[in-house]
Ligand binder design. Sequence first.
Ligand code: ADP
Length: 319
Amino acid sequence: MKNIAILCSGGDVSGMNPALKHFVEYSIQKELNPFFIYDGYEGLIDNKIKKVSYCDVSGIITRGGTKIGSSRSKRFMQKKHRQTAKDNLDALDINMLIVLGGDGSFRGLDIFYREHGVRFCGVPSTIDNDIFATEYCLGVDTALNIIKTSIDALRDTASSFKRAFVVETMGRDCGYLALVSHLTSGSELCLIPELDYDLSLHEEEFKKQIKNGRRYFIAIVSEGIKQDSQEIANWFERKIGIEARVSVLGHIQRGGNPSIYDRLMAYKFITHAIDRLLEKKTNSIVCYTKKGFVYKSIDEVVSGKKALDKNLLGYLKNQ
Ligand code: ADP
């Protein structure tokens, strides 16, 4: 029997635990020995590697985060520590790796592959949905659902107190979470890094709406915009004349019970990753595209900057 290992690297997402569960089950089905590497590349260097079985993944499908931990590792950037990592894998006769992470993690593993020949397959996992080559990253749907629940709750209090709420979502330079949340939460304003804005263009309309009985506003802003969220709240107070509060959703967006969609995508991503390694393919990333699941190299994955879906952006531009 051959040995295969999995690790999580970079930011955790909800959907990693369902992926771990299917990794164990599908590996055993394919007559592979599954191993967990705890705490990402740090654990790979520190030899936190354990052979696992069904009982290690029982009951985890409902939980966010990752049972095996994750990390960012400065040491993995150094050749000598990658050598230690290779020695640890050799001692357990592991030569196939799956990594759940972002493009930085894949880049690191690609370097590791080129040095030591350990075959790997990456599964894009980030709530930001900002990986160029894939339409979907594990964790995005759960994050959107968490944001939806938060905004629904804020709406209750906003309407009771006649307030504007500026809700800040994650996403680094990518406004995907903010844009989709705006379109699906019926918010009044959405600001994302991909689209220039001029707040003064909204002043007349918003003031008119208050005169006509509007009691509250919800503005969804992505963390990557040119202004601080507090500045947007100040604008509501000074220019629109309504009390305003900022709500930074922050790490809440990463947690929560994995959605059905993320559980299903975890299942599919892992199946494709293991199948790929069993075909003896070396260093690839499973990407979900309009054509379905495909495999891409790390160079393809990082060869461009992810653009927001034109149709989605069009809805915002037309508002
Ligand atoms: P993400 O995977 O979410 O893009 P990072 O960019 O923080 O996250 O990368 C995660 C980890 O991947 C880093 O902490 C490091 O251990 C590893 N890594 C990233 N780039 C490299 C590299 N050029 N060489 C070696 N390891 C790297």
